[in-house]
Design a protein around this ligand. Structure first.
Ligand code: TRP
Length: 436
């Protein structure tokens, strides 16, 4: 057997998993989906899903990968040889990776365009209305978004080719903390704007009349999307984690970091949304039209704008690397191709899908909606059932305690995995389809 590539230490694992989780989902998607779904009430449901379902599913994926020492396909084969059915989690995962990365790379391309615009000081002299027009003109054009999407995919492929330790880990470790720092500075600037209170109350004050089955489904989908769940990515990372690491602690730290960044992004964005008269439900352009307004009001705004878009681009890169990694792990482990070849094939096919997303916005939105709200939670159900019912308490405990100390609350965890999480996800689906 080859020695598996691995993470060098605990910080490396957390940084890489957080690097996967923290991305456009937190800074681009979370604020705009929250804005479209009523604000504070969405936040509340979202937080509930992160704690009650997100953390247990994240933990389950890490556990499956580490126990099997395999990417997601091999993992189910090793752990449940008699149950070919679970292979579907891997199949849906590879499918979802394709679809997600093909729109993700488009938005990541926007971050490159905005880095260029910010550097050339073309955002600095614009009014809020001009910034809105700038975004809608750019995002509905074809060649430039296409060009940046291809550049982005090429960079993603280059990192994935480098392998785990030299590629993914190295970049995540330095850059994620820097991103946090810039967001905090943005938050401080944002809450001192005139009219900031209105934004904060939109974000934090739940208006329960806004809750309906769509809002609940969107919150669940966003929780899965943001934590990178339901696709075997985290399982693949889990297979690189050493036995001496505490998985529960890793899962909690990653979820906490991810949620913190999303909420901070909300704090940075919503006060500015109200201060500059932007609509909170403006949709996918929200970050790109809101933040330049804050930069324009800040001391040293030019440098913060450049720094922010570079870091957002890098956050997207560490996430897209994890998406491509799933596909590459599949091709290398199942089809036995070399890593380099697998990466080129995977990246090429996804780029082709990406071209369709640039050309047809309706594909973009339907890939986005279907993957996060349907595919990811659906495999979430299977993952929790697998750990809850097939691995069971004894094996789960053994794997969770492999670092040598006892895990508390295993009873509660099993209850969530066996019963609560699968039923809750199923109810959200059925309710959304108006079946209950
Ligand atoms: N979680 C990432 C983000 O928030 C996106 C992402 C990376 C993802 N890997 C994933 C989403 C796997 C779902 C599944 O930007």
């Amino acid at each position: 057997m080859d020695q598996r590539d691995g993470f060098s230490n605990k910080f490396g694992v957390i940084a890489a998993a957080a690097g996967s989780a923290i991305g456009l989902g937190n800074i681009w998607r979370f604020p705009y989906v929250l804005g479209q779904n009523g604000g504070g009430a969405f936040l509340l449901i979202y937080l509930f899903f992160i704690v009650a379902i997100g953390v247990p599913v994240l933990l389950s994926e890490l556990l499956i990968g580490r126990k099997a020492q395999q990417g997601v396909f091999g993992a189910f084969r090793v752990l449940a040889p008699g149950f070919k059915f679970f292979k579907i989690v891997g199949v849906m995962g590879v499918g979802a990776a394709f679809l997600i990365l093909s729109f993700y790379a488009v938005v990541a391309g926007w971050t490159i365009e905005y880095t260029v615009l910010a550097t050339a000081n073309q955002l600095g002299d614009k009014s809020p209305a001009e910034l809105a027009t700038l975004f809608s003109d750019f995002s509905s054009s074809f060649w430039r978004p296409l060009f940046y999407m291809v550049v982005f995919m090429a960079l993603t492929a280059a990192i994935v080719m480098g392998g785990v330790k030299n590629g993914i880990e190295k970049y995540s470790k330095i850059l994620m903390p820097l991103l946090l720092l810039i967001i905090i500075v943005l938050c401080i600037n944002s809450v001192t704007l005139d009219g900031a209170m209105q934004g904060l109350s939109f974000l934090f004050k739940p208006d329960f009349s806004k809750i309906n089955s769509d809002v609940i489904l969107e919150a669940l989908g966003q929780a899965f999307f943001s934590l990178s769940l339901g696709m075997g990515i985290i399982a693949t990372y889990g297979s690189y984690v050493q036995k001496k690491e505490n998985l529960l602690q890793t899962a909690v730290s990653v979820s906490f970091a991810d949620t913190l960044i999303a909420v901070l992004a909300g704090v940075a964005i919503f006060p500015a949304v109200f201060a500059f008269g932007i609509k909170p439900d403006a949709g996918p352009g929200l970050v790109f039209v809101t933040l330049p307004n804050i930069f324009n009001q800040m001391m040293g705004g030019y440098f913060f704008a450049v720094g922010f878009f570079i870091l957002l681009f890098i956050a997207a890169l560490t996430s897209s690397v994890s998406l491509l990694e799933v596909v590459v792990a599949y091709i290398t482990e199942e089809l036995k191709l070399k890593r380099k070849k697998a990466t080129i094939i995977g990246a090429f096919l996804i780029t082709v899908f990406g071209i369709f997303c640039v050309a047809y916005p309706v594909l973009f939105t339907s890939f986005e909606w279907t993957t996060s709200n349907i595919l990811l939670p659906l495999s979430g159900i299977l993952i929790t059932i697998f750990v809850g019912w097939f691995l069971g308490k004894k094996q789960t405990r053994a794997e969770l305690e492999s670092h040598g100390s006892k895990i508390r609350m295993i009873g509660l965890l099993m209850l969530i995995l066996k019963i609560f999480a699968p039923i809750a996800i199923a109810l959200v689906f059925l309710n959304n389809l108006n079946l209950i």
